[in-house]
Structure formats: structure tokens, C-alpha cells
Write a protein that binds this ligand. Structure first.
Ligand code: UD1
Ligand code: MG
Length: 430
């Protein structure tokens, strides 16, 4: 993968903060950006950088955070930090995971969803090039609140001073700590952390103190920089909205450069995993939830809402269509206005053009489903399947009471309530 050095590596993700400013019942790191949790984005960056082992430090709601982490990295270990005594204290909660590791430990935060894998790769490269400890920094437009990175004469980090502990001269420094750093070995990291004392304005154990401690031991430090935007931290919902805006801009650019047309990009909401083929056309005001693939040449018209769906080549969707999870559309399918699909396979060239609900169903190639047709898939207890054969014609305003099968080429008259199977090529009027 992206780890050419073959050195064992572990990422420790700090996610124990209470996140009180989110004013939410949901743990902060589970709030979503582009349909994926912030924790998921951090873990994905680590995974993309080729880091195999993950430890997450969790405060409350351990099962929920652990379950989410395991969707991205199945081997994730969670460690509980019961009391919030600072970032060094948080890393120490995972001490047993890295104390004997003769390999790199990367430390990142669970609430910085925009961190690119490239930044993590650059930190690793600094270590491979000879540093014992590498810090990811950035030039802040407004540095207040951040820890400032103090450099030595050679431009290497000598210490990090937290805002509250900084002198006026130090506060004028704009080079700030992103919160992400990497240490050459877990054994070294553990011994550095053991030396951290809570002698500061907040009486907390600061992870950032390990830079000065490392230097006092004669270890080599290195600085890696990234754009300020990459390190955006989320503490409240204003910042969450800001992170979403940045992520959407990045996803839209990727979609456009990949050959899709977004007529009004700013009005299209994408998910982290939306896949748009070449020459796909997206009209204004379309929302994509997770798990959508759109094949080449398909057109998605305005005000459609799509999640968990596969849209075949040259299909046309909407305007005002709703595709829910399990909608699988073949080539040249037409789904028109005010049509809702759920768990339904629609084969090549079939049409559902107006005002229909199709759930738990299969529609054969070339079939035509008239306006207002409903699959009655739920009897109050269970969901049942509807099968519409190839080339069948369902007249307007029909109710298909599942389980039911309409044969190939059959014709169902308008306004029918179909409760029994219809044979191939038969005419059913009910
Ligand atoms: C930290 C850095 C600061 C840096 C800034 C970047 C320290 C001491 N300071 O400050 O240099 O500029 O991030 O955003 O590290 N956490 C725990 N347990 C704790 C405390 C924190 O898990 O006991 C987690 C938080 O959930 C968060 C991360 O650690 O994900 C950072 O903690 P936070 O309190 O936000 O640190 P800052 O004060 O922002
Ligand atoms: Mg913070």
C-alpha cells in the first residue's frame, strides 16, 4: 500500500473529548461530514496512508464509537479515558497498544475530518529521513487558541507553547500546531509521555510537551506543514458546517475533474463515496446520500434525492425522484417525477414515469409502469416482493398487492387492484 518503508505503524486517534459545545446527544466524533462520521474521515486518512493498526481513545458512548471505527478499520482497538486530563493523558490511555512497538506511532484527532492522507505520509517520510519526532504545523491567519511551534536556529521544532502559557512575543508566532504528530517508535513515545507533568495554566497533561522533552534528550525533531484548511477542527456546529462546506467543495471539484457536469455545483450535495461516471449530468439541487454509483451518460434532474442506489448508463432520473437504498437501475431506465424506489431492481429500458411507489420489487426490461402505480409491499407485519415481467404494461393508478407476480408481456388495466398472479401475456382488469 502506501507504506513503502515496511516499518510497523500504528495510529492513535484521540476522540475522548466531551464535545459539549456541539449540544448533542451524539458523541462529537460521530457527527457526519459528507455522510461519513468525522471519526471515519480521520480513520480513512490513516488507512489511505497505509497505517494498518488503529487505536481510538474514547470517552463516553464507547460501543457506538467503537462500532463506527470498526466499519473503517475492523481491527480497531478502543481505549477508554474516563477523565479528561489532557492530550498526553489521552494518548497514555492507549499506552499498552504501543509501549512495545518498534515502529511509528501517528497521533491524530477524531474531530479534524479534513486531514489529508498526504500529510500523514509526509510525517512518515520525515521520520524515515531521520527524525525521531515530526510535528504537523500550519500558518494560521488567526493563531489565537492554538499551540505555537517554537523553532530552533535550524528551523526544527524546539517546543510547542499553548496559547494560555505563551508570552506576548510567542503569541505573535503564526506557525501553529495542528495536533497531529508522529514518533519514530512507540517505546520512545511512551517514555516521553511518562515525563509529562501538568505544570501549565490548565493543569493538564499536554501532549505538546513531548517536543521539548525529546529535545532535552537530544532527539531529532522535524516540521511538516499543511494548509490551514486541512487541520480545521470541529468543536461546534458552526465549525461542522464550515468543514462540510470545504469537503463539498473538494468533492464537487473531484466530480467535475472526473468528467461529470454539475450545472450548478454549489447546489449539489455529494457524499464521501459518490461515484459519478463520465458525461453524467447533474442538474441543480440534487442530494446524494452514501453509497451511490451513477454510470456514464446518466442524467439526474433537479430536486432528486438519492442514496444507496446504482444508476445505469444513460438512465434519466427525476426531476423530484427519490431513490432509496437498494434501488438498482439498468441502462436507459426512466424514473420520473414524484417516484419513490426502495430495494427495487429496474431492468434495462423500463419506465416508471410519474407518481409511483415501487418497493421490494423487480421490474423486467422494457416494462412500463403507469402513473400512480403502487406496490403494496407491507401488510403491517412483513414486507413482500412484487415481480413485474419483461415488457409488461401496468395501467395507471394500479395497486399491486404483494406478494404478486405479473407475467412477461401482461397488461394490467388502469385502476386495478391486483392481489393474484397474472399469467404472461394475459390481460388483467380488477
Ligand atoms: C490542541 C493542542 C494545540 C493545537 C490544537 C490544534 C495540546 C495540549 N494542544 O489544543 O497545540 O494547536 O490542539 O487543534 O495538545 N482529547 C482527549 N482527551 C483529553 C483532552 C483532549 O481525548 O483529555 C482529545 C479531544 O477530543 C480532541 C483532541 O484531543 O480530539 C485535542 O484536544 P483539544 O482539547 O481540542 O485541544 P486544544 O486545546 O484544541
Ligand atoms: Mg481543539
Amino acid at each position: 500500500m502506501n507504506n513503502p518503508s515496511n516499518v510497523p505503524e500504528m495510529a492513535v486517534v484521540l476522540a475522548a473529548g466531551l464535545g459539549t459545545r456541539m449540544k448533542s446527544a451524539l458523541p462529537k466524533v460521530l457527527h457526519a461530514v459528507a455522510s461519513r462520521s468525522m471519526l471515519g474521515h480521520s480513520l480513512d486518512a490513516a488507512a489511505t496512508a497505509g497505517v494498518a493498526q488503529i487505536a481510538v481513545v474514547v470517552g463516553c458512548d464507547v460501543p457506538a464509537v467503537e462500532a463506527e471505527a470498526r466499519t473503517i478499520a475492523s481491527q480497531t482497538q478502543c481505549f477508554v479515558q474516563n477523565e479528561q486530563k489532557g492530550t498526553a493523558h489521552a494518548v497514555l490511555a492507549a499506552r499498552s497498544a504501543f509501549v512495545n512497538l518498534e515502529g511509528i506511532v501517528l497521533i491524530l484527532c477524531g474531530d479534524t475530518p479534513l486531514i489529508p492522507a498526504d500529510a500523514l505520509i509526509a510525517l512518515r517520510e520525515a521520520l524515515v529521513a531521520g527524525a525521531d519526532l515530526a510535528v504537523l504545523g500550519f500558518e494560521a491567519v488567526d493563531p489565537s487558541g492554538y499551540g505555537r511551534i517554537l523553532l530552533d536556529a535550524e528551523g526544527r521544532p524546539a517546543a510547542i507553547r499553548e496559547h494560555n502559557d505563551a508570552t506576548p512575543a510567542e503569541r505573535a508566532i503564526r506557525l501553529c500546531n495542528s495536533g497531529v504528530l508522529a514518533v519514530r517508535s512507540g517505546i520512545i513515545l511512551a517514555s516521553l509521555l511518562d515525563q509529562v507533568r501538568p505544570d501549565n495554566a490548565k493543569s493538564e497533561y499536554y501532549l505538546t510537551d513531548i517536543i521539548a522533552i525529546a529535545r532535552a534528550r537530544g532527539l531529532a525533531t522535524a516540521l511538516v506543514t499543511c494548509a490551514e484548511e486541512d487541520t480545521l477542527g470541529v468543536n461546534d456546529r458552526v465549525q461542522l458546517a464550515r468543514a462540510e462546506a470545504v469537503m463539498q467543495r473538494r468533492l464537487r471539484e473531484k466530480a467535475l475533474l472526473g468528467g461529470a457536469t454539475l450545472v450548478s455545483p454549489d447546489t449539489v450535495t455529494l457524499a464521501f463515496d459518490t461515484k459519478l461516471g463520465r458525461d453524467v449530468l447533474i442538474e441543480p439541487n440534487v442530494v446524494f446520500g452514501p453509497g451511490v454509483t451513477v454510470e456514464e451518460g446518466a442524467v439526474i434532474r433537479s430536486f432528486s434525492h438519492i442514496e444507496g442506489a446504482h444508476i445505469g448508463r444513460n438512465a434519466q432520473i427525476g426531476p423530484y425522484a427519490r431513490l432509496r437504498p437498494g434501488a438498482h437501475l439498468g441502462e436507459n431506465v426512466r424514473i420520473g417525477n414524484f417516484v419513490e424506489l426502495k430495494n427495487a431492481a429496474i431492468d434495462e429500458g423500463a419506465k416508471v414515469n410519474h407518481l409511483s411507489y415501487i418497493g421490494d420489487a423487480h421490474i423486467g426490461a422494457g416494462a412500463n409502469v403507469g402513473a400512480g402505480t403502487i406496490t403494496c409491499n407491507y401488510d403491517g407485519f412483513d414486507k413482500h416482493h412484487t415481480d413485474i415481467g419483461e415488457g409488461a404494461f401496468i395501467g395507471s393508478n394500479s395497486s399491486l398487492v404483494a406478494p404478486v407476480k405479473i407475467g412477461k408481456g401482461a397488461y394490467v388495466g388502469s385502476g386495478s387492484v391486483i392481489t393474484r398472479d397474472v399469467a404472461p401475456d394475459a390481460l388483467a382488469v380488477a
